[in-house]
Design a binder for this molecule. Structure first.
Ligand SMILES: [Zn+2]
Length: 148
């Protein structure tokens, strides 16, 4: 396809143009967030659907369109990272579910979730009486290890 090299697509996007069609992208939404304003842009062509965003810097394609600007190797690398992240999220979800589903006492479950999120025991001590923490910590540790 002519005019569709990665370099040309990147050049079009850098000038707020649709990377495929070159037409000027129009702003379709605006979200203030903290000190930034996120602006969403879309290709003016109805049959296109390409969207991009910026918070003041260069225009970035939405993730589903990123492949338009990537070499096959870059795409492969990004998709591998995304798959890995999804697997980690799923693992964490299953771990939480296993902890909540256990027959352990409620404080042990709370402590276990704190440990899963890397909360130091000293911080957990502020959240409950020391005796409760001491009694439930061994069970909580078993719950955390059991989910691994
Ligand atoms: Zn377009």
């Amino acid at each position: 396809m002519s005019g569709q090299s990665l370099e040309m697509r990147r050049a079009r996007l850098s000038k707020f143009g649709c990377p495929v069609h070159g037409t000027t992208m129009r702003q379709i939404a605006e979200y203030p967030d903290g000190g930034h304003t996120y602006r969403v842009y879309a290709c003016a062509r109805r049959d296109c659907g390409i969207e991009a965003w910026t918070n003041g810097g260069p225009l970035q394609l939405m993730s589903e369109w990123m492949h338009l600007l990537e070499t096959p190797e870059e795409r492969e690398r990004r998709e591998t990272v995304e798959r890995y992240r999804r697997a980690l999220e799923l693992e964490e979800k299953l771990r939480h579910r296993a902890i909540w589903a256990s027959d352990a006492p409620y404080p042990a479950k709370v402590i276990a979730l704190g440990l899963v999120h890397g909360m130091p025991v000293s911080k957990l001590a502020n959240a409950m009486p020391r005796r409760v923490l001491k009694e439930n910590l061994p069970v909580a540790k078993t719950l955390v290890d059991g989910g691994r």
